[in-house]
Design a protein around this ligand. Sequence first.
Ligand code: SF4
Ligand code: SF4
Length: 455
Amino acid sequence: MNKEISQNKSPNEADQLQKRKDHFARNLARSAKTVLAELEENPDLPLGMHYFINIMREVFVKDRVHQLLLPSLHQSTNNRKIIGTYCIMVPEELIYAAGAIPVRLCGGSYEASCIGDELVPRDTCPVVKASIGFTSFNLISLYQMCDAVIVPTTCDSKRKMGEELSKFTEVWMLEVPHIKDSEGSRRQWLQQLYVLKKNLEKFTGRRFTGRKIRRKALDTSIKMIGSAQYQARRLYEIRKSSAPVILGREAMIAINAYSYATAFEWTKAMTGLNDELEARCHKGQFICSEHTPRILLASCSPIFPNWKIPSLIEEMGAVIVADESCMGNRYLYDPVGLTEKSMTDMMVSIAARYLMPCVCPSFAPNEDRLFRLLQMAEEFSIDGIIYYVLKGCVIYDFELIRVEKIMKDKNIPVLRIETDYSSEDIEQLRTRIEAFVEMLGTKKRNSLATKTLRF
Ligand code: SF4
Ligand code: SF4
């Protein structure tokens, strides 16, 4: 359970803080409600999307995350620990195998980032500001119910965030190497995961009762997350369809919702959504024409309830068919590859899965990311890339020049947009995105017309 910023304050100060907290919590609920209402207004919204929208409603509007996790909390004992994570590099398999439940805490709220603004340097990225804001004010119970949080040492901001968060909650830093291809890095990473395993065993009481993380439990959790990954990849494949059957802002909410549900429940719902979308493909029930510009949303993650960019892109008449965000496609992309099932083999496979395919810009060199982007551009027949940079995120911005260069060779335009979670720049962004989409639309119509003439 978190300490709050209000601890050790006089009654008067605590009262003032409580009023501010209520004010921010009300505004957060209002912002989340507005985004969800906009999604629900779409007459083509797949029925299977309601489960995911409801998750967001329970967490951010009604503040009842317990309702989502409660069935799991009751599964064996009322005492299951909740572990918060701040990156896709945290192996959830180990958390589940220890009998705990992972929830992803990277913050996407403007209101929470305003609180964080007062606690960290001005140029810090909004993800970190919002994460600190949520925790320091216990703005919603999701943050309050975490028994410990795991923070990776990926970028500078996350590293310093871990230090700040430790004022409020128990923090375990996860040391992530910045070079993937060296034997030393791989060894260091594996060692880190053994430390994490031991911490989890101690924390969940397993180490003392002799019930350490068992081979069978780890195998089961690998399979459980593997099923979630299988369904996430099914959605990924469906989104390649030449005429889309789901909007990108909907598909991304569905993946984002994985953060706040158990893998088992989420997989059931995702299976239903995928079945529905495949049926739409067979019936030719498309949500837009083949002439609609197809966008790849690259770089920083849109994190609910900050749905400003995905909404603007699609309101302007384009469709996001792919994204490479850590709250989207990248979240559940790579499964653990197992050959043997000894504890050592499983630990080595988990370490390999979380390190080698990861294309986080905190790695250098990071050529794999360029290769992955090119592959996506081709597989999804991308017309243009929107390169989304959150203010203060230097590492993603650093890679822009190389992304622009390889995409220029493929004749794929790239639009860089830099923003934060506020709505102040929305009109300016709208104008730029509208012009970009319009240009892509004209280019696509001309190219289709040329093909028809040749035919
Ligand atoms: S961008 Fe890097 S630090 Fe951020 S969630 Fe993804 S892998 Fe983790
Ligand atoms: S990768 Fe960028 S957006 Fe993510 S925490 Fe680091 S600085 Fe912030």
